[in-house]
Design a protein around this ligand. Structure first.
Ligand SMILES: [Zn+2]
Ligand SMILES: [Zn+2]
Length: 212
């Protein structure tokens, strides 16, 4: 069985999630943007063994702690899609600009592609490439628990910003309607910021992608 706990990190209150397999207690950390002591403490209190870092995209609040955590625990960084290489290269400047602790740059152990899978313990999650907010953005879908970790693609009542370099509004809308909606209305998503919601709820009420 797959489980997860979400912990807001950094001044941006980014929803870092720890996901784990209860057979093995092996865990992956999705989007360790910062506050990695808190992430490690939560994993330890849950009796988990962190084996990997998975990234939805390379904005500072999502990826700023990835290099340090990877070094401290000697674990691989998996994702995002290689379209975000320029954002990874820019992490040191992003950390200065936003007053974050110095963030290291890195080369992911593995880039992700649309329809890849990632494994933690005995659990498998499915990867979809969802460009628009950033060109290399991916989401992690766990159909076994009807959950999807969507980073900054979609929020309860809103959608991701597209006014960054290589952001694209129509591409974001297409990512949401063509790659998220088919996961089903009952699927609950964990956004990068703010509360969880379901795809069905957003299809009914989200002003940016309602009635789609
Ligand atoms: Zn972002
Ligand atoms: Zn964010």
């Amino acid at each position: 069985m797959l489980h997860y706990r979400t912990l807001p990190v950094t001044a941006f209150q980014q929803n870092c999630s720890i996901v784990w397999c209860d057979q093995t207690r092996q865990a992956a950390v999705i989007d360790p943007g910062g506050d990695i002591e808190n992430i490690r403490a939560l994993a330890q209190s849950l009796g988990l063994d962190i084996r990997a870092i998975w990234l939805t995209h390379a904005h500072i609040d999502h990826a700023g702690g990835a290099a340090s955590l990877s070094e401290q625990l000697d674990v691989p960084i998996i994702g995002p899609h290689r379209g975000d290489q320029f954002w990874i290269d820019g992490l040191p400047q992003q950390s200065l600009m936003f007053g974050f602790p110095p963030a290291g740059t890195f080369i992911p152990t593995r880039w992700l592609e649309d329809r890849d899978t990632v494994q933690i313990g005995e659990e498998t999650l499915h990867v979809r490439h969802t460009p628009g907010h950033t060109p290399g953005h991916v989401v992690f879908h766990a159909p076994q628990i009807q959950r999807c970790f969507v980073g900054d693609v979609l929020f309860a009542g809103s959608i991701g910003r597209t006014d960054f370099p290589q952001g694209n509004h129509q591409q974001l809308i297409d990512s949401i309607t063509q790659r998220l909606w088919p996961m089903g209305n009952d699927t609950v998503f964990i956004p990068g910021h703010g509360p969880e919601s379901s795809f069905g709820q957003e299809r009914l009420t989200n002003p940016f992608v309602g009635n789609t």
